[in-house]
Design a protein around this ligand. Structure first.
Ligand code: GRF
Length: 196
C-alpha cells in the first residue's frame, strides 16, 4: 500500500512518518511504504529530508497553473502515478478543490494544530491562548470538502502554560503531532474504522 505525502515547508510531520515507517518496518510488517513526497514549493526543507531517506520527491509549483482547478488536476495526476492507498497532508498549505477532495474520499488525511472542532483555520495557537484555553492539541482527520472538518481519527492534548507564547505552545503541540500522525496513518491503512 503506497502513501503519498504532500508538504509545503519543514516537513517535520513527514519526517516523523518516515522515521516511524523505518523503525517499525511498515513495509515488511504491513506492506505499507511512503512512495513519494510532493511539495508545491521548490524550497521546502522537507524535500531534502525525504530525498536523504531515499524517498522519491517531486515539486509542483502552484504558481505555474492558471487556476486552483488546473493545479489540483495536475497534482492529482502526479499523485495517482503512485497509486496511493492514502494521501497524507503534512503542512501542505493549499486549499484543495472539492473535486480533488472527492477524488480521494476516504483516503485523504490531514493534521491540524488544534483540538478540532475548535480553531479551524490559521493562527490556532494564538487563538487558543487568547481564548484562555487551559488545553490545546492536535487533530488527525479525514479531509472533506469543508476546511479542517471531517471525521476525527486521532487527537493529542497538551496543557497551555501560564505565560505561553504562540511559538512555545506550537512546539509543545508539534511534538505530539509527531506521535499521533504516524500512528493514525498506519492505523487507517491497516485497520480503518478503529481508533488510533
Ligand atoms: C503543523 O503544525 C501541522 O499541524 C500544520 O502545519 C504544520 C506543519 O509542520 N498543518 P511540519 O511541516 O510538519 O513541520
Amino acid at each position: 500500500k503506497n502513501i503519498v505525502i504532500l508538504i509545503s515547508g519543514t516537513g517535520s510531520n513527514m519526517a516523523a512518518i518516515l522515521e516511524a515507517a523505518e523503525r517499525q518496518h511498515w513495509e515488511r510488517e504491513h506492506g505499507v511504504r511512503v512512495a513519494a513526497v510532493i511539495s508545491n514549493k521548490a524550497d521546502a526543507k522537507g524535500l531534502q529530508t525525504a530525498a536523504s531517506r531515499g524517498v522519491a520527491t517531486q515539486v509542483l509549483d502552484h504558481k505555474a497553473y492558471a487556476s486552483r482547478a488546473d493545479f489540483d488536476a495536475a497534482l492529482a495526476q502526479a499523485i495517482d502515478a503512485f497509486e496511493p492507498a492514502l494521501v497524507v497532508l503534512a503542512g501542505f498549505m493549499r486549499i484543495l478543490t472539492e473535486g480533488f477532495v472527492q477524488h480521494y474520499a476516504g483516503r485523504l488525511v490531514n493534521i491540524h494544530p488544534s483540538l478540532l472542532p475548535a480553531f479551524a483555520g490559521l493562527h490556532t495557537h494564538q487563538r487558543a491562548i487568547d481564548a484562555g484555553c487551559q488545553f490545546a492539541g492536535a487533530t488527525v482527520h479525514l479531509v472533506t470538502a469543508e476546511l479542517d472538518n471531517g471525521p476525527i481519527l486521532a487527537q493529542a492534548v497538551v496543557p497551555v502554560l501560564p505565560g505561553d507564547t504562540a511559538d512555545a505552545l506550537a512546539l509543545r503541540v508539534l511534538s505530539q503531532e509527531h506521535v499521533i500522525y504516524p500512528r493514525a496513518v498506519l492505523q487507517w491503512l491497516t485497520r480503518p474504522g478503529t481508533a488510533a
